[in-house]
Write a protein that binds this ligand. Sequence first.
Ligand code: ZN
Length: 172
Amino acid sequence: MRCPYCRHADSRVVDSREADDGQLIRRRRSCPECGKRFTTHEEAVLAVVKRSGVTEPFSRIKIIGGVRKACQGRPVDEDSIALLAQKVEETVRAKGAAEIPSHDVGLAILGPLRDLDEVAYLRFASVYRSFDSLADFEREIETLRAAARARAGAAGADGDAGAAAGAAGRTN
Ligand SMILES: [Zn+2]
């Protein structure tokens, strides 16, 4: 491997160790020309199989691009999008397969995107799951409302308990 400092055509491996449970190999290299050291990573390429059958390497940048588009005009910052893409990559890599259908990558995005922003989620889901009628949107929105009600219900129950405890405290 070429030295990134002086561009010398060769380098020597001085140390090699596994990381991430053997999913990654990290090598420490030394340049015989300038003597500088640098690190390289080696990991299996995760291939994404598109519907056409064409494969391409998994790209976190692509995930970020797609999610950013869905989040246009929404109060979602770049850090959250980067974190979501990292989560998606971890999910798809955790399957341990060499290839993954692009459909499964989309599925891995839907969950975390719903937690991040419901409007962005609806935009993404409408394209990804090819909604073709208002009924599709209505069904999805009803699911989101039910989830929001469940969350509010849980929070409300806690709030009531707190208020009751407070009232009991005041009477004593
Ligand atoms: Zn060098």
